[in-house]
Design a protein around this ligand. Structure first.
Ligand SMILES: C[S@@+](CC[C@H](N)C(=O)[O-])C[C@H]1O[C@@H](n2cnc3c(N)ncnc32)[C@H](O)[C@@H]1O
Length: 672
């Protein structure tokens, strides 16, 4: 493989005057296809064939040599006729002869090589990441039947890795005598795919065609937009299986016209800030027969993301959730920033007592293993890397899918039984400031003397790295909070300084549309919130990091703040809350349903944090915790680490006791 990629690079270098990269890719695909045919003895490069190939080096031309006359009705590409010069033909021949043979290789090698050739940046913006072989084989084994003659669709088939795996899986389970008939049936009737990328579609067709000894046209593979019925006109309710790895494309990368189309046709799954892949669930549903199976490899975010609430509802109401495989942040598809999950769904409402089977991998520190290791674990009857459990579908909350095993469930239930409030009942939350131009508004302490600003407009400024559990690193920066200035002309020092940024500041959207004066901070929030006693926490962290600020710090948008509501119903104070939130028990509790980012980072947005249940403690307990808190913040982590740890342990033990968590459960919590 390495050697052939090297050779492909050489071809690229030699032909770098070809400006159209698509043409270059097509040229390579044709060489690879011809090499496959030659290495497997289906085309002989004798003089006659060489002459024909040179005169018509098109996909159709090459296939005509293989099949001795492909019908013109078979639409392969729009190439017209293409003649190669003698030199280039020699180059092609050398490539075929000099690289490792494709003899007895799976034709899917063409797809793998095509993927290698695609430019990475192009791949990312289009959500193009193909399914690795092992994962494709495993996916197929989960949803394809080898006995029934099923219609199978990949709605975003790329270069065909899933369809190729489905083909191999079915053929492997077919008697030798029937193989030719089954091959024909699969290509002409059963296997369907669509993709927006014409070259990827071509590669899928070629891959499937090359799997047969004799030429047969793969009729079900087409170019089109699966989310647009006019463009990919498959009949609804036509498929037994929809299998796919649909594109993951966030709202920022979707063109506004296309977004309108999505919102019009997919409003029940796709709303603001949704991901393109959400729409594929609905389209997949429409295309499936009743009781048909859908298996998608997607990002796991849809199980937790705020913007996927409608999708979760759609899935719960329209499908029976058979199996969810949550890799839990293990990035088993190399080279992409996606945390994958597999969802196996059956079209049709779930019976009342239906329980979905969930396989969830444990969080694993250290180096990721090879993908086959994880697949083996999924197939093992004694898994080591994940836990299997069932979860009642009717109890899956559209607000957030909480998928946890029985041990975690018992602990969560114990907490929630003794905790009548949600954090939302007790606090108001607010996000930090977005200045819209930090250069203009944020200053190091030591540079400020030079400017003579009115100290009334200056406030200490912190960012998320300042915030730790219980502690805040003292700020060394300040913000010039100009939203407290009514008329800048009356403040010459501030005006003169800011004028150098005027052009940039004026170009901010809120200034352009007249909502803010040019010198204002873009999202200044309500300054009073910053002046209060408040609990603050970073929006992304590995562990719970809550701290109390009584120094009127202003902070950036990567921090959130909480202020206590009027204590009408509850007697908790900030100190109790911070000790509770930073405890091992609440760290565990939060992570049981928090949105994960990669292996060990979590998202701490209020829409999840505020869902934490909080106990109704007496004033006496709140005061006891205040006592703990005062002692803890007076012990620094460096010099009095042991005393501090002992106190934190005491708090942890107290909380375990309060929630009736037994030793076995404590071990489970602390092992995580
Ligand atoms: C993540 S890749 C997966 C390819 C293939 N299913 C696999 O598993 O290897 C996503 C593919 O979706 C295609 N795509 C993006 N939007 C599409 C749409 N609206 N309709 C059909 N295909 C689309 C891209 O061109 C890309 O090939």
């Amino acid at each position: 493989m390495k050697e052939i990629i090297q050779k492909i690079d050489e071809v690229y270098k030699r032909y770098d005057y070809v400006e159209n990269k698509g043409e270059m890719l097509l040229f390579l695909i044709k060489i690879l296809m011809l090499k496959f045919l030659v290495d497997n003895g289906r085309v002989v490069l004798d003089r006659k064939n060489a002459q024909k190939l040179r005169m018509d080096f098109t996909v159709g031309g090459i296939l005509r040599v293989w099949s001795r006359g492909v019908s013109n009705a078979h639409h392969w590409t729009d190439e017209g006729k293409l003649t190669l010069s003698g030199l280039i033909w020699e180059d092609v021949k050398r490539f075929i002869e000099d690289t490792d043979s494709f003899e007895n290789k799976n034709a899917s090698v063409i797809g793998e090589l095509y993927e290698e050739c695609l430019h990475r940046s192009h791949k990312k913006s289009q959500g193009i990441f193909y399914t690795p072989d092992v994962l494709a084989e495993y996916m197929v084994s989960l949803c394809v039947s080898v006995v029934r003659k099923e219609k199978i669709l990949d709605p975003a088939c790329g270069s065909g890795s899933l369809l190729s795996a489905a083909y191999d899986y079915i053929l492997k389970n077919t008697k030798d005598l029937e193989k030719e008939t089954v091959h024909k049936r699969l290509l002409q009737k059963s296997l369907c795919g669509v993709d927006k990328d014409p070259l990827a579609v071509l590669v899928t067709r070629i891959t499937l065609a090359l799997k047969g000894e004799k030429y047969c046209y793969p009729a079900g593979i087409m170019v089109g937009d699966c989310l647009d019925k006019a463009s990919a006109d498959f009949k609804d309710s036509a498929f037994d299986v929809v299998i796919g790895n649909p594109p993951y494309v966030g709202h920022k990368e979707i063109d506004s016209e296309y977004m309108k189309h999505l919102k019009a046709f997919y409003s029940d799954v796709y709303q603001n800030k949704g991901d393109l892949s959400y729409c594929f669930f609905k389209r997949g549903y429409e295309l499936l027969k009743d009781k048909g199976r859908l298996l998608f490899l997607t990002s796991r975010y849809f199980m937790e993301a705020y913007n996927a609430q409608a999708l979760r509802k759609f899935i719960r109401e329209h499908f029976t959730i058979k199996r969810l495989i949550d890799f839990n942040g293990l990035r088993v598809i190399g080279g992409i920033g996606i945390d994958p999950a597999l969802s196996l769904l059956v079209k049709g409402r779930a019976p009342t007592r239906h329980a979905a089977r969930v396989s969830r991998f444990f969080v694993q520190k250290g180096k990721l293993r090879e993908t086959p290791v994880y697949i083996e674990d999924l197939e093992s009857s004694q898994p080591k890397l994940h836990e299997d459990f069932e979860t009642s579908q009717s109890q899956m909350d559209d607000g957030l899918w909480r998928l946890y095993g029985p041990r975690t469930k018992t602990v969560v239930e114990k907490i929630e039984k003794r905790a009548p409030f949600t954090l939302e009942n007790l606090v108001d939350s607010f996000q930090g400031i977005i200045t819209g131009n930090d250069k203009a508004f944020i200053f190091d302490d030591d540079e400020l003397a030079a400017y003579n600003f009115n100290p009334r407009f200056l406030h200490p400024w912190i960012k998320n790295r300042n915030v730790h559990a219980f502690e805040i690193t003292p700020p060394v920066k300040q913000i010039l909070y100009t939203n407290e200035i009514e008329a800048i002309e009356k403040h010459p020092y501030e005006e003169v300084y800011l004028k150098q940024f005027r052009e940039k500041l004026t170009s901010r959207r809120e200034c352009k549309n007249g909502r803010l004066p040019w010198y204002a901070i873009q999202w200044g929030r309500n300054p009073e919130c910053f002046m209060k006693k408040k609990i603050i926490f970073p929006y992304k962290a590995k562990d719970n990091r809550f701290a109390i600020d009584e120094n009127r710090y202003f902070f950036s948008a990567d921090i959130y703040g909480l202020t206590l509501k009027n204590r009408l119903y509850s007697q908790v104070n900030e100190e109790f809350l911070v000790l509770l939130l930073n405890s091992r028990l609440y760290n565990f509790y939060f992570k049981s349903f928090a949105k994960k980012l990669g292996v060990d980072l979590y998202e701490y947005y209020p829409n999840t944090v505020l869902k934490l249940k909080i106990p109704d403690v007496s004033m006496e307990i709140s005061d006891k915790f205040k006592g703990f808190y005062d002692k803890i913040i007076n012990l620094t982590e460096t010099t009095q680490k042991k005393d501090r740890e002992a106190l934190l342990l005491e708090v942890d033990r107290w909380l375990y006791g309060y929630f009736d968590i037994n030793e076995e459960e404590i071990n489970w919590i602390e092992k995580q």
